[in-house]
Unconditional design. Sequence first.
Length: 188
Amino acid sequence: MMKICILSGNPKKEGLCQSVIDAAKLGVSEGGAEVDEIRLCDLELIRCKVCGNGWGPCRSENYCNYGADGFDEVKARIQMSDAIILASPVYWGEPSEAFKCFIDRLRRCEFNQTEVLRNKQVLLIASAGGTGNGLISCLEQMDRFCRHTSAIIFDYIGVNRWNSDYKRLAVKSAAHALASGRKNDDTV
Ligand SMILES: Cc1cc2nc3c(=O)[nH]c(=O)nc-3n(C[C@H](O)[C@H](O)[C@H](O)COP(=O)(O)O)c2cc1C
């Protein structure tokens, strides 16, 4: 069975962002895949310590000196997944701090030899629950992370308070398509 990991930057258990993540989960399970939701805000992951003069063993040996804080486990869960959904609320026009902290560290470990996300399809979801501003810049940061890790971007979905009814449907459908095995080169 295909496995899809949702890497979530949402600290809340309900609200707009979680409703969108729940729609993604439904799409994945209806598409016949298993879902693994990783709630980064519930973990105590430290920030990158910027070892040495800017690089630690992340550069040469693809691991983080501080991986025992839970980082290694999350990395392994992503690696074991066939496709990934990145989902975060928009804070200051960016993904949440917990989300940024994690991707800061992961892309370093993937610098030399991308293996965790290489050639995996990734669906990007940003939820802007305030003014609605900052969706593009948030998705852009996720996009850059995917490029640094050699992932394949499946789609970009920006959700706000006045489009959430139809965007939730889009999220569910996109997750369903991903779970059903749709590839980026397919024509529908
Ligand atoms: C620190 C902080 C910064 C935020 N910055 C933005 C922002 O730049 N743009 C926006 O539309 N909403 C912003 N919001 C609102 C969140 O995007 C909103 O809470 C998120 O979409 C999740 O909605 P939910 O709280 O109903 O789950 C911010 C919220 C917080 C806590």
